[in-house]
Ligand binder design. Structure first.
Ligand code: PXL
Length: 276
């Protein structure tokens, strides 16, 4: 079996089922080796918990990079998520250059916003830096809100295909070769994902269960990376990741105490089946 090695850079939220605590198990479950760089350590994620701790690990990154260069450690893909600081984005761009194999894919989930708003710790400066990271990306995986911030477009709750096409076109103009846009829905009970590249866009529509479950963007991007590294096409990886997220939400629905994330672990056997 083809064996791939991915580097993922995102925070460790010690509790909350997001970022590295979902990326590592999901990509590993796909049969893909997963190296990590924690961008920051938080006691919980920032979406609903209050009083969380936050330790920025920006200063560690150039040291890790130096060591990996010495050891000639290389990856088939570098996949980034929630980052710890604006300054860190510069280091992440350097790591893509120094630790990616010659044909490595740079996959950027600009995890910074949802439902029309930036997450609590981010500002305009971070958005500007994230634009430069997306410019280096082979694949970007934004939701509609993130696409709006990255392209200085007004956020809309209701939109049509031409609005989504213009967001994709602007992201391509920024430098992103492929856009995988999540949470794109044109009907009340439906949502879906658009895969846009080389002047072509394909849409996979699926059922919408509930509005805005925490961490599903990270679950989605991780499953997408895992499936892509297992040799699936971008569209098939986008479809598999969407079906997996739907299953995760279904397995969580009805448990009011589980408001902070999805029970992604319970659907890992389904994800493995989808990869067969
Ligand atoms: O799921 C995205 C995410 C990742 N990491 C942290 C977050 C969030 C969303 O709010 O707060 C720390």
């Amino acid at each position: 079996m083809d064996y791939k090695r991915v580097l993922t850079i995102q925070d460790i939220s010690c509790v909350g089922q997001c970022s590295l605590t979902v990326a590592l198990p999901i990509i590993s479950a796909c049969g893909v080796e997963t190296g990590i760089i924690p961008s920051a350590i938080l006691s919980t994620h920032t979406a609903g918990f209050t009083g969380f701790t936050f330790r920025d690990l920006t200063a560690d990154i150039p040291e890790i990079e130096k060591h990996w260069i010495k050891e000639n450690i290389k990856f088939d893909a570098v996949y980034t998520g929630y980052l710890g600081s604006t300054e860190q984005i510069g280091y992440v761009k350097s790591i893509m250059d120094t630790t990616g194999k010659e044909d490595a894919l740079n996959i950027v989930d600009p995890a910074m916003a949802d439902n029309g708003k930036l997450y609590p710790l981010f500002n305009d400066e971070y958005v500007s830096a994230m634009k430069t990271l997306c410019a280096k990306a082979d694949i970007v995986i934004p939701n509609i809100t993130e696409a709006c911030f990255l392209t200085d477009t007004e956020y809309k709750e209701k939109y049509d295909e031409s609005y989504v096409k213009s967001l994709c076109d602007k992201l391509h103009a920024l430098g992103a070769a492929t856009v995988v846009m999540t949470g794109v829905g044109y009907k009340a009970d439906k949502t879906g994902v658009v895969v846009s590249e080389n002047g072509n866009a394909e849409y996979y529509e699926h059922k919408k269960i509930s509005k805005g479950c925490h961490g599903t963007g990270d679950v989605y991007a991780s499953a997408f990376c895992g499936a892509l590294m297992r040799g699936k096409s971008k569209f098939d990886a986008a479809r598999i990741a969407a079906d997996y997220v739907v299953k995760c939400i279904e397995n969580t629905q009805g448990d009011e105490s589980h408001w902070y994330g999805v029970k992604f672990e319970t659907a890992i056997p389904d994800l493995i089946d989808m990869l067969k």
